[in-house]
Design a protein around this ligand. Structure first.
Ligand code: ZN
Length: 474
């Protein structure tokens, strides 16, 4: 059995003004790419011959530059043999938006079908925040998503897609996934799989999946910060041969999601920025995190807004750590300095015109590189100390999702009254150590305030922009 494997992953945010480019991706090819996916051992154990292509992964960001998208996808598709392939396994995000193109996953699948035809089963492992399309259902045979948010079952999802693909190949199946939508948009930070009402919807999906002949039932929340018709929740069910059974299951899940629309809420304390800082300031237990939700780099925002830092300065707060302000020129200016040298500069607002900028006068605490979200080198970084506030400034957009990232900079997150991070919800490794998390309703391209998003191209009616409409689930 010969199976092609490939991966292209970036979650887009179309509300930010920056564009993503090929430079933002870590790219691995041929045999080397196999080290970055989790299904190699499984396929080897059943004697599958793998045909590796491309693995390309980037931090969530603005729409991907059109030419860069085609450079990467044409390379990937060129590595797929035209004939003699039994199946194709792809690990994609599902919410990649390409400049002038729209859904990147859809464009990639069209290119693949054009090359190999429709006789070869294709399985897609996607993120829970995928913005699916009806056309994608016609182009892939297996479409499944993570079952957890915050995500912790990525490897399991890759493996499930691999097993389902092998099942399709062995039993000569070419199933057509069925999708149903709920016209509901809820910020990702309120749609958590361990919390009601999503917990119950996930349990129903798991129960439906056990029905005879059903291959998979997935619930996707979609990535809400994408102004496109395919934005929002989608339920995708796949039956071996009975499309009607799959469609009914998908509609059932979509109805549940729609009917629960008023029940989604924040599981952490969420409040206005000034109040969030005041609450964090008086908290006795440590570490305390304040999340700058409007400038959340894991939702594709720039991470360059110094708004909270400026507010902390104004309030005269000390013993505070501000994590991950993106400012490439500031980092460059510090490159000739040594630890302990005086520093005076402005930081913030170098990417988004609306982001705040503030003045820093202090000393250099650290100069070196910073570790990225997936353990990769995320580029140059400095830590500055100014009037009792420590500030991590990174040259590239960065996601500080793990205690280890702080430790490697020589910073003890328990040593501060609170730590500001450019996140919405905390990722599992940080959540595990946090004594308290307070989400600050800051403005920006990952704002939690849906009415502030200025969406023009999404489907309507859409809750909460509209309510009291008769729902239909297709
Ligand atoms: Zn996600």
């Amino acid at each position: 059995m010969k199976i092609v494997v490939g991966s292209l992953q970036q979650e887009s945010n179309t509300l930010t003004s920056h564009l993503s480019s090929k430079k933002d991706f870590d790219i691995f090819r041929h045999e080397e790419m196999l080290r970055h996916i989790s299904i190699t051992d499984y396929f080897a154990s059943i004697g599958v011959e793998l045909i590796p292509t491309l693995y390309a992964h980037a931090l969530p960001g603005g729409r991907l530059h059109e030419a860069d998208f085609f450079t990467m996808t044409e390379e990937l598709v060129a590595m797929i043999p035209k004939d003699g392939v039994d199946g194709i396994w792809l690990y994609l995000h599902g919410a990649l938006e390409v400049e002038r193109i729209g859904s990147g996953e859809l464009a990639l699948m069209r290119m693949i079908r054009e090359k190999v035809g429709f006789g070869v089963p294709v399985a897609l492992a996607l993120d829970f925040h995928a913005n699916n399309t009806y056309e994608l259902m016609k182009l892939a045979n297996v479409i499944i998503g993570y079952r957890t948010a915050p995500h912790r079952d990525m490897e399991e999802t890759e493996l499930r897609a691999a097993r389902l693909l092998v099942h399709c190949i062995e039993d000569h199946l070419l199933p057509e996934p069925q999708m149903a939508r709920a016209n509901v948009v809820i910020p990702g930070d309120c749609v958590l799989t361990d919390e009601s009402p999503l917990k119950e919807i996930m349990a129903e999906a798991a129960a439906l999946e056990k029905k005879p002949g059903m291959l998979a039932c997935s619930v996707f929340n979609g990535q809400p910060w994408v102004d496109a018709p395919n934005m929002g929740p989608s339920m995708v069910c796949i039956h071996e041969w009975n499309k009607e059974t799959a469609a009914l299951a998908a509609k059932r899940l979509a109805r549940m999601f729609f009917e629960a629309r008023h029940e989604f809420g924040f599981s952490v304390d969420a409040c206005e920025p000034s109040k969030a800082l005041d609450k964090a300031w008086i908290e006795k237990n440590r570490p305390v995190f304040v999340t700058d939700s409007g400038d959340n780099t894991t939702a594709g925002s720039a991470g360059d807004n110094a708004f909270l830092l400026r507010l902390i300065q104004k309030k005269g707060m000390t013993e505070v750590l501000v994590g991950g302000i993106t400012d490439e020129p500031a980092v460059r200016r510090c490159q000739s300095l040594n630890v302990g040298d005086p520093v005076e500069l402005d930081i913030g607002g170098t990417i988004e015109p609306v982001s705040a900028r503030t003045h820093i006068c202090g000393t250099l605490l650290y100069r070196g590189d910073i570790e990225g979200w997936y353990g990769e080198n995320a580029g140059p970084c400095v830590v500055l100390r100014s009037n009792g506030i420590d500030i991590i400034v990174t040259a590239k957009r960065c996601a500080l999702t793990k205690p280890r990232i702080f430790e490697r900079l020589g910073l003890d997150i328990r040593g501060y009254r609170f730590v500001v991070v450019k996140l919405g919800y905390l990722y599992p490794d940080l959540a595990a150590v946090a004594a308290r998390t307070i989400l600050a309703f800051t403005t920006g391209s990952s704002t939690e305030r849906l009415q502030d998003m200025g969406m023009k191209y999404i489907r309507r009616p859409m809750f909460p922009l509209d309510d009291n409409f008769l729902p239909h689930f297709d």
